[in-house]
Design a protein around this ligand. Structure first.
Ligand SMILES: NC(=O)c1ccc[n+]([C@@H]2O[C@H](COP(=O)([O-])OP(=O)(O)OC[C@H]3O[C@@H](n4cnc5c(N)ncnc54)[C@H](O)[C@@H]3O)[C@@H](O)[C@H]2O)c1
Ligand SMILES: [Zn+2]
Length: 386
């Protein structure tokens, strides 16, 4: 990790793109090729190796590390802070409460005060070390403090490495709903070390596979082949397999974000499984069913809707369903009040004047967005929950 010079688009262009070949021999650099501010997602084995490959903003003197207790207890935060100090930065650490509760306005206000006290100035750096909660919260802190300071994302859950930390969506929750207050604020880099995943509980690591399967379905069939061939080893936490899955999934997300930074078009494809998935999360209080689990349930719903409409081939529906189940992810929802489901879906941003727009698959790696009649959705839900 150096502060010599900022990363340039030319640096990114020189990186090799053959992820599979690199997955076992050092970090892989995946460019997020945004015109204004391209940045790298660096995927490697351990934190020192990954952080060494990242250039910090020239002129940053202070880093505010935002994290949570389990990430500290697992030893990851010390490694990040050592790398930051080695790069010449003064480091401050701030712990927020664990869990989704930390993504609230009170915690954000406390963090603003911490920034004032440190003080964190315009050229300094926020460093998010943790899962998607820390990434969203610290990202939004960076988006708002001093009208925007740099943020380095160091995701330590599988879900955050393949999804949440990439793409610049940041935000907090209000009592009335998730992620209602937020901003697009792209990081300067995303540092993914797969060794950090070894300290996750099996359930939280498996949850992330829901998003990995989604990436395979919408864009990279090789992900599905790998998961089908090596499911047991992936579930056991094999680091080489995890590294390849993180690289391939991050490539899917990076490519989509680069093509559509503000979700005006194809970025919506990343929402496969999320329309019904969000309803499941919301109606079960955001704790009983984890995000990636809800996405797995919602993916099966979306594929069945596509099948009913004659859009999604039968064998693809069966393949995805079987793979999700084999990975230990739920594929059938909890029974939910149907009116409440439609009320949550109706509040979702995926609703237009044509009705609710669902991401469906016309085939493997062939996503499409379509308005679907409520009767068709209800018929699928009745069938799945029967
Ligand atoms: N911004 C986006 O594009 C985006 C996308 C998807 C999800 N999200 C958000 O991400 C959040 C969910 O993220 P998550 O699933 O990572 O959950 P999380 O951030 O709550 O992390 C799960 C748990 O694991 C702990 N933890 C994290 N890393 C650890 C490690 N290496 N070892 C041991 N424990 C560790 C955390 O402290 C926490 O208790 C939600 O708030 C969701 O809205 C954001
Ligand atoms: Zn998601």
């Amino acid at each position: 990790m150096t502060t010599d010079r900022p990363i340039t688009g030319a640096d990114l262009a020189h990186e090799r793109s053959d992820a599979a070949a690199q997955a076992t021999d050092g970090p892989t650099v995946i460019p997020v090729a945004l015109v204004d501010a391209p940045y790298p997602v660096v995927v490697g084995r351990d934190l020192p190796e990954v952080l060494t490959a990242i250039d910090l903003p020239a002129g940053a003197a202070t880093a505010l590390v935002v994290t949570q207790e389990p990430v500290v207890a697992a030893g990851h935060v010390d490694l990040v802070e050592t790398a930051l100090r080695d790069a010449g930065l003064t480091v401050h650490r701030h712990l927020v409460r664990d869990g989704e509760v930390a993504k609230d306005a009170d915690t954000l206000a406390q963090l603003w005060q911490v920034c004032a006290d440190v003080p964190l100035t315009r050229g300094d750096l926020v460093v998010a070390v943790g899962g998607g909660v820390v990434g969203d919260l610290a990202g939004f802190l960076a988006a708002t403090w001093n009208r925007g300071v740099a943020v380095l994302q160091v995701p330590t859950t599988l879900l955050a490495q393949v999804d949440a930390a990439i793409g610049g969506k940041t935000g907090i929750n209000l009592g009335g709903g998730k992620n209602l207050v937020g901003a697009f604020h792209q990081p300067i880099a995303v540092a993914c070390a797969v060794d950090t995943l070894a300290t996750l509980s099996p359930r939280i690591r498996t949850e992330g596979l829901g998003e990995v399967v989604k990436c395979g379905l919408i864009a990279d069939p090789g992900i599905l082949d790998l998961l089908e061939t090596c499911a047991a080893d992936v579930l056991a936490g094999d680091p080489e397999l995890l590294q390849e899955l993180v690289v391939r999934s991050a490539q899917v997300k990076a490519a989509v974000v680069a093509a559509d930074e503000r979700e005006g078009g194809i970025r919506a494809h990343l929402n496969l499984g999320h329309t019904y998935g969000h309803a499941v999360e919301s109606l079960t209080g955001y704790s009983e069913v984890l995000h990636g689990e809800a996405v797995a349930i919602g993916t099966v719903v979306a594929l069945r809707i596509g099948q009913r409409l004659g859009c999604t081939p039968d064998d693809l529906v069966e393949r995805a369903d079987a793979l999700l189940a084999r990975l230990g992810l739920p594929t059938r929802g909890p029974a939910l009040d149907r009116e409440q489901v439609w009320s949550v879906i109706g509040r979702d941003k995926k609703v237009t004047r044509d009705g609710v727009r669902w991401v469906l698959l016309e085939g493997l790696a062939m996503p499409t967005v379509q308005a679907v009649d409520r009767a068709d959705v209800d018929a699928v839900l009745d069938d799945l929950l029967a």
